[in-house]
Design a protein. Structure first.
Lengths: 427, 313
């Protein structure tokens, strides 16, 4: 399939991969960025808008195969497009678990057939994500995975994790880890362990359950040289561990999700399962530490952990409800609101980098950049546009959001994949 | 004041006036149990369903008797006999009960927040009879009622609650009721069972029963469950009893008028010696009697609270 062509003129062009930040034009000819405009192509007036590489979300649950009631490749990628994301990385905790090349191939075919944006698969670290036996990582690498992860679970056996890190080095694959010590977290935990869990009588995860695994991953990465990426960092202490390790040059990184910087554990006071996620919402001091980590570059990737569930699954006693919330259609608004507007944590080019070139480099894809010759993925962003979150307008199948009714500043207004507009605000 | 709530899910959200209103109403109802004819017509024609998804004999019986004495019709549903055991959701079970025109649902459930979950979704009044480790409001109220009845006041009274505070819905409901009415509450037990976060909720914390024993006006002993020992919260019941059990020697060092309480069922010889449980300072059976009066008050108040207009079908 050859790509489209489009000439985007007069916007503020921000391309962190080259340091470009100026008012100017961007051209895509036959799906690739070009120096000269495409003749006869669609002209887009981007004045007043930010023109940046298409956003890349490295943490998305598309739920297929096996859980199409929650989300499908089609609905999930449409939601991604509506949120300004041109590429998503699919987590392997599907049914069955994406732990062999057949499922990876199936997902890629599915994405080719009905994906609105690029889909990059990940494979499980261990068979069934059971944490015991290595999955066929080499075969999955051949089938096109960009990373391995047991997301939703965490490999508890340090020996298994060490061998996984050693083995992945052979393929240059990063490991993404859901950092959580199961013995400290317990099987019944539903929220952050602290004042609110104590008051509400709910079993909690202590911060140390995350921090111990982050520290382990630092040691394993240092010993093996394999890049380990710590997913959805929620605890302030994890930021300190990452900061120290990165300063020493360890190949370790972390991502932050919107909900972990937008909400605290107090939100659980009404036992609403739309605030139940894993890792959990923590305290204001954690938010401050996470924002500090974003500000000084310790955390250099923004992601959603988009986790759709059906209404009936979520509308149960809190203990019985599944973890997670949808995020693709609210993330950009929340990141703009929290990182740029409420208290400027970083500037716009830094935020764009955390959504484009940084995640692209982690997973080794040729996107997240406006460089000539690269695939023409573009997000047109209005960082000041005020809007109100309405879950009934979501393109994801999930309605499980804690942000319904929130007023946010900042929204993607057009999403372009390989030079073709796949979504436009108001269209 | 006029009672406005159709539900009682927790004491944390109640005002001191509301708690006092319940206690005063309970005082009026207490007389009913002492009559020859132990029945008033207050809830005649109302239907109450005891939905006990977690096992309980004492609390369920108390609610059942309270309803019967108010002339309500009562149906008991327990976990094994309900469609919940066939995989029906709590929401569907409750909606079905409401469709049978239940006016009040008394819920005992292992999940914290279960009562609130139902209260938000049903027109029927929902009374929390214990939800996981969250709250057991009527127990907190009957303990408070008993203290007020015996000591004549709550304000300024020093109440020690000893034992498995971490997992105790009784401790939480007691804390909220007693603090709102001006008592001082000390949580006593090993650090593994008494999380420091309770201080922010207004409790003092002590890990040495012997240090505070002589200051207490009330000592409330909580049941120690063997499953906590298995989970490593303390090494054994012998060591627990040595450090935190109220034995005769310790009981002798209580203030002369101090009350000994226990929500039951008692582990004699673990948290409480038999001689103390049966001794002159024990008000454990008063608690049981008062529980009935408090539950009558709650059922009456919640059933009589103003309802929103019924939806047109």
């Amino acid at each position: 399939m050859s790509g489209g062509s489009v000439n985007i003129r007069g916007g503020r062009v921000i391309d962190p991969s080259s340091g470009r930040d100026e008012t100017g034009d961007v051209f895509v000819v036959n799906g690739k960025f070009a120096k000269q405009p495409a003749e006869g192509a669609e002209e887009v007036d981007a004045s007043g808008l930010v023109v940046c590489p298409g956003f890349v979300d490295i943490h998305v649950h598309l739920r297929e195969p096996g859980q199409g009631a929650k989300e499908t490749v089609e609905s999930g990628t449409k939601a991604a497009a509506a949120g300004g994301f041109t590429s998503v990385v699919a987590m392997p905790n599907t049914q069955p678990t994406a732990d062999h090349p057949g499922i990876i191939a199936w997902l890629r075919n599915r994405a080719k057939a009905c994906g609105a944006v690029n889909v990059f698969p990940t494979g499980a670290i261990t068979v069934g994500s059971q944490g015991e036996q290595l999955a066929p990582i080499g075969a999955m690498a051949g089938a096109g995975i960009v990373a391995v992860t047991d997301d939703g679970r965490c490999v508890q056996n340090h020996e298994v994790m060490r061998r996984a890190a050693e083995y992945c080095g052979m393929f240059g694959l990063p490991i993404m880890d859901h950092c959580q010590d199961a013995s400290l977290a317990g099987s019944e935990a539903v929220m952050h362990e602290g004042y609110w869990s104590t008051l509400l009588g709910l079993p909690g995860w202590p911060r140390m359950a995350e921090e111990i695994i982050v520290a382990r991953n630092v040691m394993l990465s240092e010993a093996t040289g394999t890049r380990i990426h710590c997913q959805h960092i929620s605890s302030g202490g994890s930021v300190n561990i990452l900061r120290e390790a990165r300063a020493r040059g360890v190949a370790i990184s972390g991502e932050v999700c919107p909900h972990h910087i937008a909400l605290t554990d107090e939100a659980l006071a009404g036992y609403d399962s739309n605030f139940k996620m894993n890792p959990p919402l923590r305290e204001q001091s954690d938010i401050d530490a996470l924002l500090g980590g974003v500000a000084d570059g310790t955390i250099d990737i923004l992601a959603t952990d988009h986790a759709p569930h059906t209404v009936y699954e979520k509308e149960v006693e809190l203990a019985a409800a599944p973890f997670g919330i949808v995020g693709l259609e609210t993330a950009v608004g929340l990141f703009c609101e929290i990182l740029l507007h409420r208290r400027p944590v970083i500037d716009l080019p830094r935020m764009v980098a955390m959504l484009t070139i940084n995640p692209s480099r982690l997973i080794g894809i040729d996107r997240g950049t406006l460089s000539v010759g690269s695939p023409g993925d573009i997000t047109l962003l209005d960082p000041n546009r005020s809007w109100i979150v309405d879950k009934e307008t979501f393109l994801t199948k999930g309605r499980n959001t804690p942000f319904h009714g929130w007023q946010l500043r900042g929204r993607a207004v057009r999403t372009i994949v390989d030079g073709r507009t796949v979504w436009k605000l108001g269209a | 004041m006029k009672w406005q709530r159709k539900d009682l899910t927790e004491l944390r959200g109640l005002s001191a006036e509301e708690i006092t209103c319940i206690l005063d109403t309970a005082s009026e109802f207490k007389g009913v149990g002492q009559r020859r004819l132990k029945k008033v017509p207050s809830l005649r024609g109302k239907t109450l369903i005891n939905l006990f998804v977690e096992a309980s004999t004492r609390t369920r019986t108390s609610f059942e008797l309270a309803a019967v004495r108010l002339s309500a019709d009562v149906v008991n549903i327990t976990a094994g006999s309900s469609s919940l055991s066939k995989g029906e959701s709590l929401k569907d079970t409750a909606k079905n009960l409401e469709a049978l025109a239940a006016d009040l649902i008394v819920l005992r459930h292992s999940a914290a927040g279960a009562a609130q979950f139902l209260a938000e979704r049903l027109r029927a009044g929902v009374i929390n009879a214990g939800d996981g480790s969250h709250e057991h409001p009527t127990q907190g109220l009957l303990d408070t009622f008993t203290i007020r009845e015996r000591l004549g006041r709550i304000a300024g009274v020093k109440v020690g609650i000893v034992g498995d505070i971490r997992f105790s819905r009784v401790a939480r409901s007691n804390l909220h009721a007693l603090k709102k009415l001006g008592a001082e509450v000390i949580f006593i037990g090993p650090p593994t069972l008494v999380p420091p976060e309770f201080q922010r909720a207004g409790a003092s914390i002590s890990h040495r029963l012997d240090d505070v024993l002589g200051e207490l006006d009330v000592i409330n002993l909580l049941r120690i469950q063997h499953e906590r020992q298995k989970a490593g919260y303390f090494p054994g019941t012998g060591e627990y009893a040595a450090l935190f059990g109220l034995n005769a020697e310790r009981a002798a060092r209580l203030k002369p008028g101090a009350l000994v309480m226990h929500p039951g069922p008692i582990h004699r010889g673990v948290e409480l010696d038999g001689s103390v449980a049966d001794g002159p300072q024990s008000v454990i059976l008063d608690q049981v009697t008062n529980g009935l009066a408090v539950r009558m008050a709650i059922l009456y108040l919640c059933a009589s609270a103003p309802r929103e207009q019924e939806e047109t079908l």
